[in-house]
Design a protein around this ligand. Structure first.
Ligand SMILES: [Zn+2]
Length: 409
């Protein structure tokens, strides 16, 4: 007896009510960070038949990645993560999808790379990248589904700009035993908890040196601890020692493949649901009606915050509303709706233009894509392009101003 072969390799998932494979195949997801969680998310989305993936990660493969990052093998150690990930996903999981890879710091990615992205999957392991991704998602109004893991715990946050809380909104802290070190807080303004002093120190270090501190450099760690303790002293928090500071901000938290797999599974699922929500109007009529009915009867929901504990086997979800005073997504923010435009001659001197802008707005620092700009005598078009956005800030106050550069001729 012969059996008819299913006409599509996605046959089993296409049997689900609500499922619209065309929406999946028509979508592009940017995965920021291709480590423990990012590799899993990339694999899941590839197997589901996503139309395109954009992989961003500056790291190379380390031997200690191999116990949980299943896209990589021993022979890959030392090679760029995104390039090997792209190759393996196509070889092993799905040859039909388009994959772009960028071996770059997120902060250095040109903004146009985000323009065709439907959802951003945040799978990064450090604070600055996470805050940058959040600001970019809010500014470009792209939903962000961010995850973080720390040992036996994991969390996922869904940021629908202006609808749910963003990562910089003041959010209620989960109970101590399930706290994960993502520390949603702002880089400017008054630190609300002691850890914020460490993040501010990291930010100041990175802007002054235009690089991140090196974990194995005693000079870097001493300087970072000094900076953090200046903030701690100023805002009446206890002092840090070097070891504590290292643990707080320097990246290598304990990591388990089982927790990565659960968290990336949840994250991938929410990415697909979010695609259905965003593209509801172009879903097949039957599926759209099912979705509308589920929404109406509260049987479809994307929680804004999910916490998983492998120790207790529990998954808790919370809904977080945006904080109106949030510096990234709140009403006081000049970013999203009322960005100020500065018209300049593209041949004018970069340094003198920046000086004028800083004086006019009474700010100390000018930032571009997460880095401090050091003024230079060259002409402005050597450094910025028409339409680029810069930020003005001072460590002394809460207000960050964003400006868009427009070339006059
Ligand atoms: Zn916010």
């Amino acid at each position: 007896m012969t059996q008819d072969l299913p006409s599509s390799k996605y046959d089993r998932q296409e049997r689900l009510s609500l499922w619209d494979q065309h929406i999946i195949e028509d979508s592009v997801i940017l995965i920021a960070g291709v480590g423990g969680t990012g590799s899993e998310v990339a694999k899941n989305l590839a197997l589901l038949g996503i139309g395109g993936l954009i992989l961003v990660d500056v790291d190379t493969i380390e031997f200690s990645n191999l116990n949980r990052q299943m896209l990589f093998r021993e022979e890959d150690v030392g090679k760029k993560k995104v390039e090997i990930a792209r190759k393996r996903i196509r070889e092993r999981f799905n040859p039909d999808i388009k994959i772009e890879s960028h071996s770059s710091l997120l902060q250095n990615l040109p903004q146009w790379i985000f323009y065709n992205v439907d959802i951003i999957a945040g799978c990064v392991d450090n604070f600055l990248a996470r805050q940058y991704l959040n600001a970019m998602a809010v500014e470009l109004k792209i939903p962000l589904i961010d995850s973080a893991t720390d040992g036996y715990f994991g969390q996922i946050q869904y940021v629908k700009p202006k609808v749910t809380a963003c990562l910089a909104c003041e959010t209620p802290q989960p109970p101590d035993e399930t706290r994960v070190l993502t520390a949603p807080c702002t880089l400017v303004g008054v630190p609300r908890v002691r850890e914020h002093c460490a993040w501010k120190a990291l930010y100041e270090f990175s802007t002054v040196h235009e690089r991140e501190p090196i974990e194995t450099s005693p000079e870097d760690i001493i300087e970072l601890t000094k900076l953090a303790n200046n903030f701690a002293y100023k805002y009446n928090f206890g002092q840090f020692d070097e070891k504590e500071l290292l643990q707080l901000i320097l990246f290598h938290v304990p990591s388990l493949i089982t927790v990565n797999a659960v968290v990336s599974g949840l994250q991938s699922q929410e990415i697909i649901k979010s695609l259905f929500l965003e593209k509801k109007d172009i879903m097949k009529e039957r599926e759209r009606k099912i979705l509308e009915n589920l929404l109406k009867t509260h049987r479809f929901r994307i929680p804004s915050f999910t916490i998983y504990s492998a120790l207790t086997g529990t998954i808790n979800t919370f809904d977080l509303v945006p904080d109106p005073s949030c510096l990234v997504c709140g009403q006081s923010n000049a970013v999203v709706d009322s960005i100020q435009i500065v018209t300049v001659d593209r041949k004018s001197k970069f340094g003198s233009i920046l000086d004028k802008i800083r004086k006019k707005h009474k700010k100390d620092y000018v930032g571009f894509r997460g880095n401090l700009i050091i003024p230079d005598d060259g002409i402005i078009q050597k450094f910025l392009s028409d339409g680029d956005r810069i930020t003005l800030s001072s460590l002394a106050d809460d207000e960050e101003i964003r400006l868009q550069i427009k070339f006059q001729n």
